[in-house]
Design a protein. Sequence first.
Length: 390
Amino acid sequence: MSNSSSSVKKRDNETAGIYIHIPFCKQACHYCDFHFSTSMKKKEDIVQALAKELELRKSEFESVTVGTIYFGGGTPSVLSPSEIQFLIDAVYKHYKVVPDPEITLEANPDDLSKSQILALAKSRINRLSIGIQSFFEADLKLMNRAHNAQEAKACLEEATKYFDNISLDLIYGIPGATNAQWLANIEMALSFGIPHISSYALTVEPKTALAAFIKKGAISNVDDDQGYEQFHLLKDQLEAAGFVHYELSNFGKEGYFSKNNTAYWQSKSYIGIGPSAHSFNGKQRGWNINNNSKYLAAIAANELPIELETLTETDQYNEYVMTGLRTIWGVSIAKVQRDFGTEFKDYLLKNAESFISQGLLDLKDDHLCVTKKGQFLCDGIASELFRLNA
């Protein structure tokens, strides 16, 4: 536990982000290992506690301005428009906010009725991130999504009438989903004129229902080769449609990159509000307790239920390499020299040599970037460039 004076302190002279975790879902997706509850009994109490945590932590951002507000989860769209507005108002009450911040709400299609979309359009929310995942019923049933394919299409038809800045999520590598079906998913997404798509390979996390079904043989295991093929199909189709592949899992039209997530990848500071939410200030990383009841008890006692980790110089270098390689901006050799010194720079370049010779990395204009060939292997390549703490 921590009081506000010892929690994550903010670097000066830059905009920062606020992430608000809404730990509720209507039902559990088979692949998900995020923190959430399917019981809504404590929803009102959590909303009040989130607002109080925002107040308790305002000293962390005294000298900076908030540039992005992001409602993640869980499923933030289970909140009413008035609850969402209440939390946005709490940010504006306790923090300095830029004139036109990016305010994103993650939402599921089954929550986005016409009336809900209209209410959100009248609020300060100016970006929707919609968890479509697939337009095929078989895929949605396998993943135990709460919506069906028709709801996915209907919500996009309505949302695009009121929101220009929309992102949708798609999952590839789903057992049984052919490349032809994957291409149909991409084509359907593009038909709505969406300017941003986030897409992830289906992964089997321990202790999830998906892992149990695969172990029992009820569902085929994910096929890495299929995932590789579908990743490149996605990349080719979206780039041909004018999208920029600016981060390993994210594609955006010019002007529609996620400001919130880009700040994460560029190591900018943010505070995470709510159970299980993470915070970062460049030197320290913090994470809130992932238990709703314990979170509520701590906030009621004016305590922050946060654990802190001070990052070593090596930790900071490793994080920069990991996040930098995932983006089109790559890893700046000059920045490594400036922030970490010659020893780190020489280590990076020496260990990158074999990947450059294999065509997996490219060193151009003093930046180390993954090639198209290396993108699907990006995280593994980054781990080979890490240093171990002494």
